[in-house]
Every structure is written in C-alpha cells, then in structure tokens.
Design a binder for this molecule. Structure first.
Ligand code: TXA
Ligand code: MG
Length: 326
C-alpha cells in the first residue's frame, strides 16, 4: 500500500525520512506530480525506473532548493545565471554539464555528462527538498506511457502499491511539464516546450533554437535526446553481450558469479540483483572503459542479464553500447 501523506510538518519530515531510506515518494510541484528519490542514492534512482516500468533509462530532472545549490553541481555560464535569476523558482529545466565533483548518481542522468536541473516553485516540493538536504530526482509520477499526473489521485491510479508514499498537495497550478532548455551545446536549444514559453526565454537571453511545430520539436528532441540514438552511450571499447567466456585481453562486466580469466572486472551485482545492477551500470561502463584503455584491453564482455523488470532497461542500454558505430 502507498501511504497518502498531508502537507503537515510531521508528514513532510516523514516523507524526507522515507527518501533518506531510499524509498520513493510522489509529491506535487507547480507543473505535475513528480516521483521522487534521493538523487545521490543510485539504488533509489533505479527504483524509479522499476516503479514506472520504463523499458529504457531516460535521464531524469533533479530538483534543487535554490540556484546556488544547482550551481554547486553543474557548470553554469552567463545564460544559465540570467535564466535562473529570471525564472527560478519555476517551471524551467536547464540541461547543463555536470561538475566532476557532482555527487548525483550517474543513473539519474542516464550516464550522460549533462544533468537536467530545476528549482520548483511549489512550497511542498521546496520543503521536501530542504528536509532531505539533497536534490530529488523526479520524473513525472506516472507509469511509463501514461499521462503526467496533476493530482494525488492520478498518481495513485497508476502507482498505488508501487511506491512508499504520495503527498496530497492538491491540483497542480501549471498543469503541464516544465520547459526543458539545453544549454550544454553551442547555442540554447529547446528540448521540450512547457510551463515557461519560449518567447519569455528569448526576451531574457536572445534566440533559442527550436522546432516550429510540436512534431518538429519532437523530432529535434529525438535527435538530441541521446537515449534515442543507437550507439550514444557506447563506451569507446567495443562491447559484446551474453558472454559465456572471457579472454585475458577483455574487460568483464559481471552479473552474478563472474566468469574467470578477464583482464579487468566490474561486478554489477554479485547476488544477481537487478536494482543493484541498474544502479551500478553506468559507473561500470565508465570504469571498464577507462581500465580497458589503461591496460590495453580489446573490448568489454558483458554477461547475460535476465529480461525481467529492470533487466529490460539494462539490456536496452547494453545493446546500444554494443551496436556498430557509424
Ligand atoms: O515539470 C516537470 O519537468 C516534471 C516535474 C516533476 O518536475 N518532471 C518531468 O520529468 O516531466 P520527466 O522525466 O517526465 O521528463 C524529463 C525530460 C525528458 O524529456 C528527458 O528526456 C529530458 O527531460 N532530460 C532530462 N535530462 C536530460 C539531459 N541530460 N539531456 C537531455 N534531456 C534531458
Ligand atoms: Mg514524463
């Protein structure tokens, strides 16, 4: 059963304690309800994908208490600072490069070098983030493929029994998701239209590249959204899946009892736990790629991961990494 919490001090501390313990809590924001986890806890972030039933890892938005807290974790140029001054707290998400010291779980950003960040304007969201003392990673609180929820009842309709709690925050004021603006490239690029309109962004920072119709916006988002590109997350070493033996000049991505003989090994989960494996996947790919290069290995051999639950998303990511490079 999912607990229905209220906006009392006591319930918000309880919700923060649940998050601290690695549980999932849905909460209201000014846009839509978010399905929150401690962004610095990779197992908790993996549980988001499990609860939503997503067959692949999408990068999630991290919600912060203030712009200062955001800029401690990501690199911000002048445009990001102007936008933060103008639109935060509010329904604007910025995609910015992670700092090397950024403690947010790699899985929250689906292994990317950028992170989507925003400061929500909703009082409950702000109190919850402050009570946790860390950013909250949160996609919209619906099952994969479902409509974004704008009430606690919507959240329960999709996720009852799959998450620890939902905070009853009433209806969402904006009712559509935040605008997502990518500032990590050469020029600002609109990835998703939302609560802040693009004319307002342009009034603050000048031209923003975007598709003209929703269809074109979707197409450009598909092009830019790296998860959609077949080999984007590929490590530089070639990767093969379903390994049943491994050579001395290969690096092993192990799941369960490891194959012997590899030149380097990263264990996703010794006990074969899919949540743990998802939480460690991007760290493992980055680490093996680095070790492999350092030791002059010729490739990464990944052991089979079962096609159940989070295994679908793990195998989706591995097959992208295994795809031939163009
Ligand atoms: O209003 C909102 O934004 C709500 C509330 C809960 O804050 N959240 C939300 O999250 O809509 P979600 O996960 O449903 O959508 C996040 C969007 C996706 O389109 C995702 O691809 C994009 O942000 N995104 C996140 N990180 C990204 C990154 N590093 N690069 C490019 N796109 C990113
Ligand atoms: Mg969504």
């Amino acid at each position: 059963m999912t607990a229905l919490l209220n906006v009392t001090e006591r319930d918000i501390s309880h919700a923060a304690a649940l998050l601290r313990a690695g549980e999932l809590v849905a909460f209201g924001t000014e846009t839509v309800y978010g399905l929150g986890a401690d962004a610095q806890n990779a197992r908790a972030v993996a549980a988001i994908f499990e609860a939503k039933g997503r067959p692949h890892f999408n990068p999630l938005i991290c919600h912060y208490e203030s712009a200062d807290a955001v800029f401690a974790h990501v690199e911000a140029g002048d445009l990001a600072r102007v936008l933060a001054d103008t639109f935060w707290p509010g329904p604007l998400t910025l995609v910015l490069p992670r700092k090397v010291t950024c403690p947010v779980a790699l899985l929250a950003g689906a292994g990317l070098e950028t992170l989507a960040v925003r400061v929500p304007a909703h009082g409950v969201a702000q109190r919850l983030i402050a009570a946790l003392g860390r950013p909250i990673a949160a996609p919209s609180a619906n099952r994969s493929g479902g409509v974004s929820p704008t009430s606690a009842a919507h959240v329960l309709a999709g996720l009852n029994g799959r998450i620890a709690a939902v905070i009853e925050c009433g209806p969402c004021r904006v009712g559509v998701e935040s605008t997502v603006l990518d500032l990590s490239g050469e020029r600002p690029f609109l990835l998703r239209p939302g609560g802040v309109n693009v004319e307002a962004l342009e009034a603050a920072i000048g031209p923003v590249a975007r598709g003209i119709t929703p269809g074109q916006a979707q197409a450009s988002r598909t092009l830019r959204s790296p998860g959609m590109l077949l080999s984007h997350y590929a490590p530089s070493l070639p990767l093969r899946m379903g390994a049943v033996s491994v050579a001395a000049d290969e690096a092993l991505l192990a799941f369960g009892a490891p194959l012997s003989g590899a030149g380097a090994m990263f264990q996703l989960s010794a006990e074969g736990n899919l949540n743990e494996a998802a939480a460690r996947l991007f760290e493992g790919l980055h680490w093996l790629d680095g070790e492999g290069a350092r030791l002059g290995l010729r490739g990464i051999a990944a052991m089979a991961v079962p096609e159940t639950g989070l295994g679908f998303a793990i195998n989706d990511r591995l097959s992208r990494a295994a795809a031939p490079r163009g």
